[in-house]
Write a protein that binds this ligand. Structure first.
Ligand SMILES: *Cc1c(COP(=O)(O)O)cnc(C)c1O
Length: 484
């Protein structure tokens, strides 16, 4: 046979007839072993998909004959199966400098919460079963006492997230009636969550009072009438109005509302149950202060500063919380047993405030001394530099992080970390080089997420705790191949 001189040698390019049938591929010993591990369904589906893909590429003349050999096919099939089974939701290193990062899953759960999940989810549990009476129980009661102890409220209930808590509160207390809110508090939280839209979705009519920068007691007094069902305060957590401003505090407002027989609800967003000022952090209003000020309902998130799972916490008077609990939408927005178990364990940590900064990751990270962060940077500078050399240089720099999740957006957390800069790259190539580095870091077994700022890639090490440094350093070896 043999090809004429000067012709492409054909036996290095695979032909359609070189591809085995699905059955033949499945009968090979290596693949039979894979079937024993994974079962026929998955292996056969991936084998079929692999051969389909190859057939298209073979027809285009884009496949070498070694690629369709038995060993190559077995390896390709094994890789496909591994990729199919690999989790899409994965742990990452959050080196963005934003501690409670909404895109990165917000708060990291405490060890106590993780342990609680393991023990209560691996077996049946008393989610809605009263162990004293042996009768049907109420899932809310599992955390109500804790929430009441911690906030001083008479009653408490929990739902899927704080957006749901707000929606439910407005719906239960003010459907088909009027809700009074200051123009300075018509916030957008992000996504489609805008206070006016939430009011509409809950079936309430919003009555705006005051102006963007100033709202006075008389504005509320004038607006309350027989159609008013609720006065609403919204904590403007993700922006700040500065300068010539005035707002009416909850204590004053509850007096005004209650004098006319109208309840007051406050949406805190990020509800920290401890005064962050004690830890040298900027202060956030506390749910317990709102309860003490006379709010009938206070809503806040479980996974922002509270440091727990996604949850919407509702505390307040027996009367208002009772109405919320009985509202039909509550059933649709109720919490699942998973976050509920984690929430209970997280809330229990607040009973031991002396240990909170040690046991609650969110607070531990927020209060991590800058010296400790700088020490981590010093320990990691050389290994990181070795992994990215000679393309990038690495130096230790002071950084400004933030709390995140819309909490205290104007406050900065002094931090430290590594700044990676392209070595000897023209200004034009800088952006591309930095993007390539960011991509390589995201491609590591446990993806590393930094941020690009001023021609450098910054790795803020506040959230890389000592117990994680070894895992971080161990995977740096993969970086070199990814940067090529
Ligand atoms: C974050 C936030 C919400 C929404 O809370 P989720 O738990 O994310 O649903 C609502 N209101 C305010 C003021 C917030 O800051």
């Amino acid at each position: 046979m043999g090809a004429p001189d000067g012709f492409v040698v054909h036996d290095s390019t695979a032909r359609p007839q070189d591809l085995p049938s699905v059955d033949r591929l499945l009968r090979s010993d290596a693949v039979a072993a894979s079937i024993t591990t994974h079962g026929h369904t998955l292996v056969a589906a991936e084998a079929r998909a692999l051969l389909d893909d190859l057939r298209v590429r073979v027809q285009a003349g884009a496949v070498s004959s070694t690629e369709v050999g038995p060993l190559a096919l077995q390896a390709a099939l094994a890789a496909r199966i591994e990729e199919r089974l690999a989790p899409r939701m994965r742990a990452v290193f959050n080196l963005t400098g934003t501690v409670v990062h909404t895109n990165l899953g917000r708060s990291v759960l405490a060890d106590a919460a993780l342990e609680r999940l393991m023990t209560t989810m691996a077996a049946p549990n008393n989610l809605e079963y009263d162990l004293e009476t042996g009768r049907r129980g109420d899932r809310d009661s599992l955390v109500e006492e804790l929430l009441c102890t911690l906030t001083g409220a008479e009653a408490a209930t929990v739902v899927n997230n704080n957006a749901a808590a707000v929606l439910l509160t407005i719906g239960a207390l003010a459907r088909d009636r009027e809700v009074i809110v200051s123009r300075g508090e018509l916030v957008e939280i992000g996504g489609a969550f805008r206070m006016p839209d939430v009011m509409a979705a809950a079936g309430a009519r919003m009555v705006e009072v005051g102006t963007t920068n100033r709202t006075h007691p008389a504005d509320y007094e004038r607006a309350i009438n027989e159609r008013t069902a609720l006065v609403m305060k919204v904590h403007t957590s993700n922006y700040e109005v500065q300068g010539f401003t005035a707002a009416v505090g909850e204590a004053t407002l509850s007096g005004i509302a209650h004098a006319r027989g109208v309840p007051l609800a406050t949406d805190l967003g990020s509800g920290s149950l401890v005064d962050l000022a004690h830890y040298g952090l900027p202060r956030e209003p506390l749910p317990q202060e709102m309860v003490a000020a006379g709010c009938d309902v206070v809503t806040f998130s479980g996974d922002k500063l509270l440091g727990g799972p996604q949850a919407g916490l509702i505390v307040g008077s027996k009367e208002a919380v009772g109405r919320i609990r009985r509202y039909p939408l509550k059933r649709a927005l109720r919490m699942s047993k998973l976050p509920l178990a984690a929430l209970e364990a997280t809330l229990s940590l607040y009973l031991r405030p002396e240990h909170l900064a040690r046991d609650l990751p969110t607070l531990r990270l927020l209060t991590r001394p800058v010296e400790a962060i700088r020490a981590a940077a010093e320990a990691l500078r050389a290994p990181v530099a070795a992994a990215v050399a000679p393309r990038f240089t690495v130096e230790i720099v002071a950084m400004q992080g933030q709390i995140g999740s819309g909490s205290l957006p104007v406050e900065r957390l002094p931090s430290a970390g590594l700044a990676l800069a392209p070595a000897g790259t023209s200004r034009k190539g800088l952006g591309t080089a930095l993007e390539a580095l960011a991509t390589a870091l995201r491609g590591l077994p446990r993806p590393v997420i930094g941020r690009i700022s001023e021609d450098r890639l910054l790795l803020d090490l506040r959230c890389l705790e000592d117990r994680d440094t070894a895992a971080f350093a161990a995977q740096l070896d993969f970086l070199d191949a990814r940067l090529r």
